[in-house]
Every structure is written in structure tokens, then in C-alpha cells.
Write a protein that binds this ligand. Structure first.
Ligand SMILES: [Zn+2]
Length: 420
């Protein structure tokens, strides 16, 4: 069922307001990446929405062409923050950077937008901070509150900001980890943040970095929840329009390459670090402002999807058993764009319990537990959760020792260990 009519088509750029777009890639109508389904005899009614990206020639925001109603996407949200070692370590790093580099004192008020089950705020509580979370997913806010992280089940906006200021005071730090790319009305969020910040307060956002995405061909991070794909220059443009200033930025390895961007009031006390100008210069050097860069990315996407599909099917033709490792949102983009089905992958294994027993959106590949996967004699795992690759490889030492192999989708499809 193509219900493209129910998604809003993007016209003006949400960062700079211009309307001069370059078309980048178009994946056609695709189901929502987190809409796992009960197994059924027919999936004819499955809703699909256009999934395509464009690049703003003015500020070089990469954006989806269509915005699905956030009420449909987030009010009941299946994604909970990973409790993997990679993420735990990363959250500790975020606390350390905020506390040490910016001298945020113990007892400060830390507010997080899109706080999910509250894992990051717990880490701030452990560092002696007062915390408050805001997350529109009612099911997830309940979990956060139960574990002692006070969380309001709301979208963040100018109105929510006013409520927070009145009831809880001025935060020293506002966090937005992997939420900013999900927000359509960024102007309202930027305004709300500005109203909440004190002269030395910081707004720290973590987003996937466009430079890494383009260089490593991480096209599977394109799905309906990710409305925006940012470089530092684009964020500087946005915040300038709202009386805010990017004061520092750090590149991170997490989620395939991300940036942690620190924003203060334009007339606030925080000086601007040279790192901001350095990354803007890097973006220029890597061609972020040129049409050719995005054309090349589109060509790579086509090559990779073709190669990956051919690789999986040739292994299947040899009688190899293949399953997906992880059932992350990005895996659904990858599988849907490649056109892989239950003929190609027997199942996907995922530690998230509520996904087990369901089927993936679009491809309808069943999701099973890691215990189920272990009992199968799988020859190859297609590594869908590649952002946890290192941790997964270490965990699956026994699988590798008995000759099992992983298929990695990016930056080019490959088999590890090679040479088998
Ligand atoms: Zn723009």
C-alpha cells in the first residue's frame, strides 16, 4: 500500500530556508524501518512511504524528500538505547567531555531531549548532576521514570522549554543525542533551546557526520526517521539564524562516525574552538559543497547494492546458509533497497526481545533470538548492526572459530575473515 499522500513533501530547507535542491538517491516507497510486523499470510496492506534524499545547494543539508507524521513514528517507539559495551563506554565519554572540558560543576541541571530509557542521564546522575528527560515515546518514558530518571513524555518545543524553565530552572547542559536528525521543525527546537540557555550553558548535540556517511557509503542510515544528514557548516548556518553559536565540535567513531557539537548563546561566555573552523575547512576539501560528491555517492549506492545482492545470491547458490546479524532500522533500508528476501536470508537474530517472533518491515524476514541463531548451522551472517561490528566479532569468536564468516555491507561489500 503506497500512502505517499500522507507524508509531507519537503519544500524549503529546514536549515537555511532556501529551495534549490539537488536530487541524490531515490529508494522508492519503503515501509517504516521500525514497523516490525506480526507474521501473516499476506502483507498487502503494509504502508510504504517515499524514501529519497536531496541536498540543499545553499547550506548542503542532506534531507529526506518526505516527512512522515512524527505522531505516527514516535508515540510508541520500539527503539531503546543499546546496553552494549560500545555505547556504555561512549556515554561515559560524553559525561567526561562535558564535565572536564567545559567545567560543568557537580549539582548542575542536565536536560536531555529524546532521552529514551534514560541511560545517558543515569551516567550524568552518577557524576552528581540533577537530570530531567524529555521523550515523546510514552512507552519508553514509563521505563525511564521507573528507573529513577524523571522523564516528561513530550516533544521538545518552545512550549515545552517554557514549562521546563518555569518548573525546573535553567539547565547548565541540554543534550540531544541522535535526535536532532529526527526533528522536522528544527526552528522551534532551536528557539526553545535559546530560551532555556544561560550565558555559559551549552546545548550538546550528537549526530551522524555527513562526511563519514558519504566516505563510507553508509546509505543504510537513510530511513524515514532520519530527516536530516549534517555537516558542521550546515549546523553553524542553522544556529546563527537563532542567536546561537557552535562553540566546539568533536568527531566520534560511534554509529559509523558522528559529531558531538556544542552550541552556546551567540553572545554567551564560551569562546569558539578552532575545531569548528577546522571541520568546516575539511568539509570544503572533501567536496561537501559540490554536486559531483553526491552524484558519486549515488553511483556507489547503486554499485554496492548490486554487489551485495550478487554476493549473497552466489553464496546461496552454493548452498550456504545465511542470516542477518541484528535487526536494526538501518538493516531494513539495506535489505529493502537490495531486494533481499526470505529466499536470501533465513532470519535475523537480535537481542531485542520484542522484535523476536516478528518479521522485518518490507522483506518479512523473521526475527529470532541469538539462542535460536546459535542452534542453527549458519555459514554467513550479514552484519546489519555494523556499528557494533567490533563488539559482535569478539562475542562471536566461537562462530568464527568453526569457520563462520561475516558479510560486511560497507564501505564495500566484503567477507571477514577473508580468504576462506
Ligand atoms: Zn539549506
Amino acid at each position: 500500500m503506497d500512502i505517499s499522500g500522507t507524508a509531507r513533501e519537503v519544500t524549503a530547507c529546514r536549515m537555511c530556508g532556501e529551495e534549490d535542491w539537488q536530487k541524490v538517491v531515490d529508494f522508492g516507497p519503503v515501509p517504516l524501518a521500525d514497523s516490525f510486523l506480526e507474521p501473516a499470510a499476506s502483507y498487502d496492506d503494509e504502508p510504504r512511504y517515499p524514501l529519497a534524499v536531496i541536498s540543499c545547494r545553499s547550506c548542503r543539508l542532506m534531507s529526506l524528500t518526505h516527512v512522515v507524521d512524527p505522531e505516527a513514528l514516535y508515540r510508541t517507539y520500539p527503539y531503546t538505547t543499546s546496553d552494549s559495551e560500545t555505547i556504555k563506554k561512549h556515554m561515559g565519554h560524553v559525561v567526561a567531555v562535558c564535565v572536564e572540558r567545559f567545567g560543568i560543576p557537580e549539582g548542575s541541571f542536565v536536560l536531555e531531549i529524546g532521552s529514551n530509557t534514560g541511560s545517558q542521564l543515569k551516567a550524568f546522575q552518577n557524576a552528581g548532576m540533577r537530570t530531567l528527560g524529555i521523550d515523546p515515546a510514552r512507552n519508553i518514558a514509563v521505563v525511564a521514570n521507573e528507573r529513577g530518571v524523571e522523564t516528561l513524555p513530550e516533544f521538545f518545543s518552545v512550549d515545552t522549554a517554557a514549562l521546563v524553565k518555569k518548573t525546573y530552572g535553567t539547565p547548565q547542559l541540554i543534550l540531544g543525542r541522535h535526535v536532532f536528525a529526527h526533528i522536522d521543525d528544527v526552528a522551534s527546537v532551536a528557539e526553545g533551546v535559546r530560551n532555556l540557555l544561560g550565558p555559559d550553558s551549552l546545548f550538546a548535540i550528537e549526530v551522524p557526520y555527513l562526511v563519514d556517511m558519504l566516505e563510507r557509503n553508509e546509505f543504510d542510515t537513510i530511513y524515514h526517521e532520519h530527516l536530516s544528514y549534517f555537516g558542521v557548516g550546515t549546523l553553524v548556518t542553522l544556529f546563527q539564524r537563532h542567536g546561537l553559536r557552535v562553540v566546539d565540535v568533536e568527531r566520534l567513531a560511534v554509529h559509523g562516525g558522528s559529531i558531538l557539537v556544542f552550541v552556546g548563546l551567540d553572545d554567551g561566555t564560551r569562546p569558539t574552538s578552532p575545531a569548528v573552523g577546522e571541520l568546516i575547512a575539511l568539509e570544503k576539501r572533501t567536496g561537501l559543497h559540490e554536486d559531483a560528491t553526491y552524484q558519486r555517492f549515488a553511483e556507489h549506492v547503486e554499485q554496492i547494492t548490486g554487489e551485495l545482492t550478487a554476493l549473497v545470491r552466489s553464496l546461496r547458490a552454493e548452498g550456504k546458509r545465511i542470516a542477518g546479524y541484528g535487526a536494526p532500522a538501518k538493516g531494513n533500508t539495506l535489505l529493502n533497497v537490495c531486494g533481499l528476501t526470505t529466499d536470501d536470508l533465513e532470519f535475523c537474530c537480535d537481542t531485542t526481545e520484542f522484535k523476536q517472533g516478528l518479521v522485518l518491515p518490507g522483506t518479512h524476514i523473521p526475527v529470532h533470538s541469538p539462542a535460536y541463531a546459535k542452534a542453527q548451522d549458519i555459514d554467513y551472517f550479514l552484519l546489519l548492526a555494523w556499528n557494533y561490528g567490533e563488539e559482535i566479532m569478539a562475542k562471536e569468536a566461537a562462530f568464527l572459530a568453526r569457520g563462520g564468516r561475516f558479510i560486511l555491507p560497507n564501505p564495500r561489500p566484503s567477507i571477514v575473515p577473508s580468504g576462506a
